[in-house]
Design a protein around this ligand. Sequence first.
Ligand SMILES: [Fe+2]
Length: 205
Amino acid sequence: MPTRAWFPTLIYCEPLQKTGLSRLNEGLAAECRQLRDFDTAGRKWSEKNYPGGYTSYASLNTLHRFSSTFTALEKKLTAHVRAYARTLELDLRGRTIAMTDCWVNIMPPTAAHSLHLHPLAFISGTYYVVTPAGCPGLKFEDPRLSKFMAAPPKLPTARPEHRTHITYPAEAGNVLLFESWLRHEVPANRIDAERISISFNFNWS
Ligand SMILES: [Fe+2]
């Protein structure tokens, strides 16, 4: 082949652990719902900034420092982030990585999360806790989209890696990791059931 691919965008998706996911997620879901009930400031912030849903993004966003359940999750997620960083071939010799933010997202019917990225971090991700059938996945945008200028559209039959968007289904128990600059969104939840996820940022020093 005369043509080769360069500058890949890598997205990581893997189960958090091999066994015990249902039990772990039951506990996490209960704690996420408790947080929503307890977090008056977060519910108020969500009313304005996360319509229809609840996020602790602006109120309880370092959960890994205050809850043993989330501290245990942090430890497991860190192992995945290290594996992902190795695949990215990042030079972390003599450097440390750490979870800087960790927050809960509960999306009832109609809730959506518009296109965004995660500033002040190098790797971000989501862990899926409750994902009823038909709930929305995570939709990523080709980071070069703003540079395509006069490019014609892609063929309807184009391979997934040649398309401008890719959606990862939300699946309870899965860890999804991406580089923090990669824009993504969660389309509106169109089913009559709550979707729960935990999002997080990592940084290095
Ligand atoms: Fe996000």
